[in-house]
Design a protein around this ligand. Structure first.
Ligand code: PLP
Length: 363
Protein backbone atom coordinates (compact mmCIF):
# COMPACT_ATOMS: atom_id res chain seq x y z
CA UNK A 1 0.00 0.00 0.00
CA UNK A 2 1.13 3.55 -0.77
CA UNK A 3 3.99 1.90 -2.62
CA UNK A 4 4.49 3.15 -6.12
CA UNK A 5 5.81 0.33 -8.23
CA UNK A 6 8.39 1.40 -10.76
CA UNK A 7 10.81 -0.55 -12.90
CA UNK A 8 14.08 0.98 -11.74
CA UNK A 9 16.84 0.66 -14.34
CA UNK A 10 18.98 3.49 -12.96
CA UNK A 11 22.73 3.25 -13.56
CA UNK A 12 23.77 4.24 -10.06
CA UNK A 13 22.65 5.01 -7.46
CA UNK A 14 20.42 2.18 -8.48
CA UNK A 15 17.75 -0.25 -7.34
CA UNK A 16 18.38 -1.91 -3.98
CA UNK A 17 16.77 -5.11 -2.71
CA UNK A 18 13.36 -4.35 -1.28
CA UNK A 19 13.92 -6.80 1.58
CA UNK A 20 17.05 -4.92 2.68
CA UNK A 21 15.27 -1.56 2.53
CA UNK A 22 12.38 -2.95 4.57
CA UNK A 23 14.77 -4.32 7.18
CA UNK A 24 16.40 -0.89 7.42
CA UNK A 25 12.99 0.73 7.70
CA UNK A 26 11.90 -1.61 10.48
CA UNK A 27 14.89 -0.75 12.66
CA UNK A 28 15.40 2.82 11.47
CA UNK A 29 14.50 4.55 14.72
CA UNK A 30 15.62 1.91 17.16
CA UNK A 31 18.59 -0.14 16.11
CA UNK A 32 18.89 -3.40 17.98
CA UNK A 33 17.25 -2.09 21.13
CA UNK A 34 19.68 0.81 21.53
CA UNK A 35 16.87 3.41 21.39
CA UNK A 36 18.86 5.13 18.64
CA UNK A 37 19.05 5.02 14.88
CA UNK A 38 22.13 3.30 13.48
CA UNK A 39 23.12 6.79 12.31
CA UNK A 40 23.12 8.05 15.88
CA UNK A 41 25.47 5.41 17.26
CA UNK A 42 29.11 6.11 17.93
CA UNK A 43 31.38 4.48 15.39
CA UNK A 44 33.30 3.23 18.45
CA UNK A 45 30.24 1.53 19.97
CA UNK A 46 30.14 -2.24 20.11
CA UNK A 47 26.79 -2.22 18.29
CA UNK A 48 28.21 -0.34 15.32
CA UNK A 49 31.46 -2.28 15.29
CA UNK A 50 29.53 -5.53 15.04
CA UNK A 51 27.76 -4.26 11.91
CA UNK A 52 31.05 -3.04 10.44
CA UNK A 53 32.77 -6.37 11.01
CA UNK A 54 29.82 -8.38 9.75
CA UNK A 55 29.88 -6.41 6.49
CA UNK A 56 33.57 -7.22 6.05
CA UNK A 57 33.12 -10.90 6.88
CA UNK A 58 30.10 -11.27 4.61
CA UNK A 59 31.98 -9.78 1.67
CA UNK A 60 34.97 -12.04 2.32
CA UNK A 61 32.68 -15.02 2.46
CA UNK A 62 30.52 -14.18 -0.57
CA UNK A 63 33.48 -13.31 -2.82
CA UNK A 64 35.71 -16.10 -1.44
CA UNK A 65 38.39 -13.50 -0.71
CA UNK A 66 41.59 -15.39 0.14
CA UNK A 67 43.57 -14.93 3.34
CA UNK A 68 46.19 -12.23 2.87
CA UNK A 69 43.65 -9.70 1.57
CA UNK A 70 42.04 -6.84 3.46
CA UNK A 71 38.58 -5.39 2.86
CA UNK A 72 38.55 -1.63 3.41
CA UNK A 73 35.82 1.01 3.54
CA UNK A 74 36.80 4.37 2.11
CA UNK A 75 35.02 7.51 0.96
CA UNK A 76 35.51 9.66 -2.12
CA UNK A 77 33.92 7.22 -4.55
CA UNK A 78 35.62 5.21 -7.23
CA UNK A 79 36.79 8.56 -8.60
CA UNK A 80 39.15 9.04 -5.66
CA UNK A 81 40.56 5.58 -6.37
CA UNK A 82 41.59 6.82 -9.82
CA UNK A 83 44.08 9.07 -7.98
CA UNK A 84 44.82 6.93 -4.91
CA UNK A 85 46.02 3.93 -6.90
CA UNK A 86 48.80 5.82 -8.70
CA UNK A 87 49.63 7.91 -5.61
CA UNK A 88 50.36 4.73 -3.73
CA UNK A 89 51.63 2.39 -6.41
CA UNK A 90 53.19 4.37 -9.25
CA UNK A 91 56.71 5.29 -8.17
CA UNK A 92 59.05 7.48 -10.22
CA UNK A 93 60.87 5.45 -12.84
CA UNK A 94 57.99 2.99 -13.29
CA UNK A 95 55.09 3.05 -15.71
CA UNK A 96 51.50 1.98 -15.17
CA UNK A 97 49.46 0.36 -17.95
CA UNK A 98 45.80 1.10 -18.58
CA UNK A 99 43.36 -0.90 -20.69
CA UNK A 100 41.07 1.70 -22.20
CA UNK A 101 37.53 0.38 -22.42
CA UNK A 102 35.41 3.45 -21.80
CA UNK A 103 34.95 6.77 -20.12
CA UNK A 104 35.82 5.51 -16.65
CA UNK A 105 39.08 4.00 -17.89
CA UNK A 106 39.89 7.34 -19.50
CA UNK A 107 39.25 9.11 -16.22
CA UNK A 108 41.41 6.66 -14.31
CA UNK A 109 44.19 7.12 -16.87
CA UNK A 110 43.92 10.92 -16.74
CA UNK A 111 44.38 10.96 -12.97
CA UNK A 112 47.38 8.63 -13.11
CA UNK A 113 48.92 10.75 -15.85
CA UNK A 114 48.98 13.70 -13.45
CA UNK A 115 50.97 11.68 -10.96
CA UNK A 116 53.40 9.60 -12.97
CA UNK A 117 54.16 7.80 -16.19
CA UNK A 118 51.38 5.84 -17.86
CA UNK A 119 50.85 3.88 -21.05
CA UNK A 120 47.90 2.43 -22.91
CA UNK A 121 48.04 -1.37 -22.72
CA UNK A 122 45.11 -1.76 -25.12
CA UNK A 123 42.29 0.44 -26.33
CA UNK A 124 38.80 -0.11 -27.68
CA UNK A 125 38.29 3.58 -28.39
CA UNK A 126 38.49 3.29 -32.17
CA UNK A 127 35.24 1.29 -32.20
CA UNK A 128 33.52 3.73 -29.83
CA UNK A 129 34.11 1.29 -26.99
CA UNK A 130 31.78 -1.40 -28.31
CA UNK A 131 34.30 -4.18 -27.62
CA UNK A 132 36.74 -5.46 -24.99
CA UNK A 133 40.35 -6.18 -26.00
CA UNK A 134 41.31 -9.85 -26.00
CA UNK A 135 43.51 -10.55 -22.98
CA UNK A 136 46.30 -11.60 -25.37
CA UNK A 137 46.24 -8.13 -26.93
CA UNK A 138 47.26 -6.40 -23.72
CA UNK A 139 50.73 -4.93 -24.11
CA UNK A 140 52.87 -4.44 -21.05
CA UNK A 141 56.07 -5.87 -19.70
CA UNK A 142 57.26 -7.25 -16.40
CA UNK A 143 58.56 -3.82 -15.36
CA UNK A 144 55.10 -2.22 -15.30
CA UNK A 145 54.06 -0.80 -11.92
CA UNK A 146 50.61 -2.30 -12.43
CA UNK A 147 47.97 -2.96 -15.03
CA UNK A 148 44.57 -1.28 -14.58
CA UNK A 149 41.30 -2.50 -16.06
CA UNK A 150 37.65 -1.45 -15.76
CA UNK A 151 35.84 -4.76 -15.42
CA UNK A 152 32.47 -3.42 -16.53
CA UNK A 153 31.92 -0.31 -18.61
CA UNK A 154 28.77 1.22 -17.20
CA UNK A 155 28.28 3.75 -19.97
CA UNK A 156 29.00 1.62 -23.05
CA UNK A 157 27.62 -1.66 -21.72
CA UNK A 158 30.65 -3.86 -22.19
CA UNK A 159 32.23 -6.24 -19.69
CA UNK A 160 35.42 -8.26 -19.49
CA UNK A 161 34.38 -11.91 -19.88
CA UNK A 162 37.68 -13.26 -18.55
CA UNK A 163 40.51 -11.56 -16.75
CA UNK A 164 44.17 -11.44 -17.78
CA UNK A 165 46.81 -13.49 -15.99
CA UNK A 166 49.37 -10.81 -15.27
CA UNK A 167 51.91 -12.88 -13.36
CA UNK A 168 54.17 -10.65 -11.32
CA UNK A 169 52.56 -7.44 -12.61
CA UNK A 170 49.92 -6.32 -10.09
CA UNK A 171 46.43 -6.25 -11.58
CA UNK A 172 44.13 -3.45 -10.41
CA UNK A 173 40.46 -3.33 -11.31
CA UNK A 174 37.67 -0.81 -11.08
CA UNK A 175 34.71 -3.12 -10.42
CA UNK A 176 32.25 -0.39 -9.49
CA UNK A 177 29.51 -1.65 -11.77
CA UNK A 178 29.89 -5.42 -11.59
CA UNK A 179 31.34 -6.35 -8.21
CA UNK A 180 29.39 -9.23 -6.67
CA UNK A 181 27.57 -9.95 -9.94
CA UNK A 182 29.46 -13.16 -10.77
CA UNK A 183 32.01 -15.45 -9.17
CA UNK A 184 35.67 -14.86 -10.08
CA UNK A 185 39.10 -15.54 -8.68
CA UNK A 186 40.05 -12.62 -6.43
CA UNK A 187 43.62 -13.93 -6.15
CA UNK A 188 44.36 -12.68 -9.68
CA UNK A 189 44.08 -9.11 -8.39
CA UNK A 190 46.35 -6.97 -6.26
CA UNK A 191 43.63 -4.38 -5.71
CA UNK A 192 39.92 -4.15 -6.51
CA UNK A 193 37.84 -1.07 -5.87
CA UNK A 194 34.16 -0.29 -6.25
CA UNK A 195 31.89 2.61 -5.41
CA UNK A 196 29.02 0.95 -3.54
CA UNK A 197 26.09 2.57 -5.28
CA UNK A 198 25.33 -0.12 -7.86
CA UNK A 199 25.58 -3.66 -6.50
CA UNK A 200 26.65 -3.07 -2.91
CA UNK A 201 24.50 -0.39 -1.36
CA UNK A 202 23.98 3.35 -1.25
CA UNK A 203 26.58 5.90 -2.27
CA UNK A 204 29.01 7.20 0.32
CA UNK A 205 31.26 4.20 0.74
CA UNK A 206 33.88 2.72 -1.56
CA UNK A 207 34.95 -0.86 -1.03
CA UNK A 208 38.60 -1.76 -1.56
CA UNK A 209 39.94 -5.31 -1.58
CA UNK A 210 43.70 -5.25 -1.40
CA UNK A 211 46.45 -7.85 -1.16
CA UNK A 212 48.47 -7.13 1.96
CA UNK A 213 51.93 -7.73 0.49
CA UNK A 214 51.08 -5.34 -2.34
CA UNK A 215 49.81 -2.73 0.10
CA UNK A 216 53.10 -2.89 1.95
CA UNK A 217 54.93 -1.69 -1.18
CA UNK A 218 52.97 1.59 -1.22
CA UNK A 219 54.63 4.99 -1.30
CA UNK A 220 55.18 6.08 2.33
CA UNK A 221 55.03 9.80 1.53
CA UNK A 222 51.32 9.84 0.74
CA UNK A 223 49.13 11.79 3.21
CA UNK A 224 47.47 9.70 5.91
CA UNK A 225 43.92 9.65 4.54
CA UNK A 226 45.10 8.72 1.06
CA UNK A 227 47.05 5.66 2.18
CA UNK A 228 45.47 2.23 2.09
CA UNK A 229 47.61 1.24 5.04
CA UNK A 230 45.83 3.77 7.25
CA UNK A 231 42.51 2.03 6.67
CA UNK A 232 43.96 -1.47 6.94
CA UNK A 233 45.75 -0.78 10.21
CA UNK A 234 42.62 0.39 12.01
CA UNK A 235 40.04 -1.85 10.33
CA UNK A 236 38.69 1.19 8.41
CA UNK A 237 38.06 2.95 11.72
CA UNK A 238 41.00 5.37 11.70
CA UNK A 239 38.46 8.19 11.45
CA UNK A 240 34.67 8.23 11.27
CA UNK A 241 33.56 5.89 8.50
CA UNK A 242 30.27 6.35 6.59
CA UNK A 243 28.42 4.26 9.15
CA UNK A 244 24.96 4.33 7.58
CA UNK A 245 26.26 3.34 4.14
CA UNK A 246 28.26 0.48 5.63
CA UNK A 247 25.20 -0.67 7.55
CA UNK A 248 23.22 -0.75 4.29
CA UNK A 249 26.04 -2.69 2.61
CA UNK A 250 25.74 -5.24 5.38
CA UNK A 251 21.99 -5.63 4.82
CA UNK A 252 22.51 -6.01 1.08
CA UNK A 253 25.23 -8.62 1.55
CA UNK A 254 22.86 -10.56 3.81
CA UNK A 255 20.30 -10.40 1.02
CA UNK A 256 22.85 -11.73 -1.50
CA UNK A 257 23.60 -14.59 0.84
CA UNK A 258 19.90 -15.35 1.24
CA UNK A 259 19.57 -15.46 -2.56
CA UNK A 260 22.05 -18.33 -2.61
CA UNK A 261 25.23 -16.31 -2.94
CA UNK A 262 27.09 -14.90 -5.91
CA UNK A 263 26.75 -17.99 -8.14
CA UNK A 264 22.97 -17.91 -7.82
CA UNK A 265 22.91 -14.15 -8.36
CA UNK A 266 25.06 -14.61 -11.48
CA UNK A 267 22.66 -17.15 -12.94
CA UNK A 268 19.77 -14.76 -12.43
CA UNK A 269 21.75 -11.87 -13.88
CA UNK A 270 22.35 -13.94 -17.01
CA UNK A 271 18.65 -14.72 -17.30
CA UNK A 272 17.68 -11.08 -16.73
CA UNK A 273 20.07 -9.62 -19.28
CA UNK A 274 19.16 -12.34 -21.79
CA UNK A 275 15.54 -11.16 -21.80
CA UNK A 276 16.60 -7.73 -23.03
CA UNK A 277 19.31 -8.93 -25.42
CA UNK A 278 16.74 -11.33 -26.91
CA UNK A 279 14.40 -8.41 -27.54
CA UNK A 280 17.24 -6.63 -29.35
CA UNK A 281 18.40 -9.66 -31.35
CA UNK A 282 14.94 -10.79 -32.42
CA UNK A 283 13.97 -7.31 -33.63
CA UNK A 284 15.59 -7.64 -37.08
CA UNK A 285 17.46 -4.40 -36.64
CA UNK A 286 14.67 -2.35 -35.08
CA UNK A 287 16.77 -2.20 -31.90
CA UNK A 288 20.55 -2.06 -32.29
CA UNK A 289 22.81 -3.13 -29.43
CA UNK A 290 25.87 -0.96 -28.82
CA UNK A 291 28.18 -3.70 -27.51
CA UNK A 292 29.51 -6.47 -29.70
CA UNK A 293 27.77 -9.69 -28.62
CA UNK A 294 30.95 -11.21 -27.15
CA UNK A 295 31.58 -8.11 -25.03
CA UNK A 296 28.04 -7.68 -23.75
CA UNK A 297 27.59 -6.64 -20.15
CA UNK A 298 25.23 -8.43 -17.80
CA UNK A 299 24.88 -5.19 -15.85
CA UNK A 300 24.24 -2.45 -18.41
CA UNK A 301 22.39 -3.26 -21.62
CA UNK A 302 22.93 -0.45 -24.13
CA UNK A 303 20.94 -0.09 -27.34
CA UNK A 304 19.44 2.40 -29.75
CA UNK A 305 16.49 2.40 -32.09
CA UNK A 306 17.59 2.16 -35.73
CA UNK A 307 15.03 4.84 -36.48
CA UNK A 308 16.36 7.54 -34.20
CA UNK A 309 13.17 9.52 -34.63
CA UNK A 310 11.37 6.83 -32.64
CA UNK A 311 13.76 6.90 -29.69
CA UNK A 312 12.02 9.73 -27.88
CA UNK A 313 8.65 8.09 -28.43
CA UNK A 314 9.98 4.83 -26.99
CA UNK A 315 11.47 6.52 -23.94
CA UNK A 316 8.32 8.60 -23.39
CA UNK A 317 6.15 5.51 -23.53
CA UNK A 318 8.51 3.65 -21.18
CA UNK A 319 8.33 6.52 -18.73
CA UNK A 320 4.54 6.51 -18.83
CA UNK A 321 4.53 2.80 -18.06
CA UNK A 322 6.68 3.21 -14.97
CA UNK A 323 10.18 2.58 -16.32
CA UNK A 324 12.89 4.70 -14.73
CA UNK A 325 16.45 5.34 -15.84
CA UNK A 326 16.26 4.05 -19.43
CA UNK A 327 17.72 7.02 -21.34
CA UNK A 328 21.35 6.27 -22.23
CA UNK A 329 24.26 8.20 -20.77
CA UNK A 330 24.57 11.65 -22.29
CA UNK A 331 27.85 10.63 -23.95
CA UNK A 332 26.32 7.76 -25.96
CA UNK A 333 22.61 8.53 -26.16
CA UNK A 334 20.11 5.82 -26.99
CA UNK A 335 18.90 3.61 -24.18
CA UNK A 336 20.52 1.81 -21.29
CA UNK A 337 18.94 -0.69 -18.96
CA UNK A 338 21.06 -1.25 -15.88
CA UNK A 339 20.22 -4.70 -14.57
CA UNK A 340 22.21 -4.81 -11.35
CA UNK A 341 21.81 -7.58 -8.78
CA UNK A 342 18.78 -6.03 -7.09
CA UNK A 343 16.80 -5.40 -10.29
CA UNK A 344 14.02 -8.01 -10.22
CA UNK A 345 13.59 -10.51 -13.04
CA UNK A 346 10.05 -9.15 -13.41
CA UNK A 347 11.39 -5.70 -14.30
CA UNK A 348 13.43 -7.20 -17.13
CA UNK A 349 10.43 -9.21 -18.29
CA UNK A 350 8.35 -6.04 -18.32
CA UNK A 351 11.02 -4.28 -20.36
CA UNK A 352 11.16 -7.14 -22.83
CA UNK A 353 7.39 -6.96 -23.23
CA UNK A 354 7.52 -3.22 -23.75
CA UNK A 355 10.26 -3.57 -26.38
CA UNK A 356 8.37 -6.28 -28.28
CA UNK A 357 5.08 -4.39 -28.16
CA UNK A 358 6.65 -1.10 -29.19
CA UNK A 359 8.37 -2.79 -32.10
CA UNK A 360 5.11 -4.34 -33.27
CA UNK A 361 3.25 -1.04 -33.08
CA UNK A 362 5.96 0.99 -34.78
CA UNK A 363 7.52 -1.38 -37.32
N1 PLP B 1 33.92 3.64 -12.35
C1 PLP B 1 32.82 3.11 -12.90
C2 PLP B 1 32.94 1.85 -13.70
C3 PLP B 1 31.59 3.73 -12.74
O1 PLP B 1 30.48 3.22 -13.29
C4 PLP B 1 31.50 4.93 -11.99
C5 PLP B 1 30.23 5.64 -11.76
O2 PLP B 1 29.23 5.40 -12.36
C6 PLP B 1 32.68 5.44 -11.44
C7 PLP B 1 33.85 4.77 -11.63
C8 PLP B 1 32.68 6.70 -10.63
O3 PLP B 1 32.25 6.37 -9.37
P1 PLP B 1 32.03 7.44 -8.20
O4 PLP B 1 30.85 8.27 -8.62
O5 PLP B 1 31.76 6.56 -7.03
O6 PLP B 1 33.25 8.24 -8.07
Amino acid sequence: KNFKKVYNFNAGPAALPLAALQKAQAEFLDFNGTGMSIMELSHRSKEYEAVHNQAIELLKDLMAIPAGYDVLFLQGGASLQFAMTPMNFLPAGKKAGYAMTGVWSEKAYAEAEKLGEVFVAASAKAGNYCSIPAVEELQYDEAAAYLHITSNNTIFGTQWQNFPETGSVPLIADMSSDILSKPFDVSKFALIYAGAQKNLGPSGVTVVIIRRDFMEQANKQVPTMLRYGTYAKDNSLYNTPPTFSIYMVKLILEWVKAQGGVAAIHKRNQEKAALIYQAIDSSEGFYVGHAEPEARSLMNVTFRLANEGLEKKFLDQAKKEGFVGLPGHRLVGGCRASTYNAVPYESCQALQELMLAFHKENA
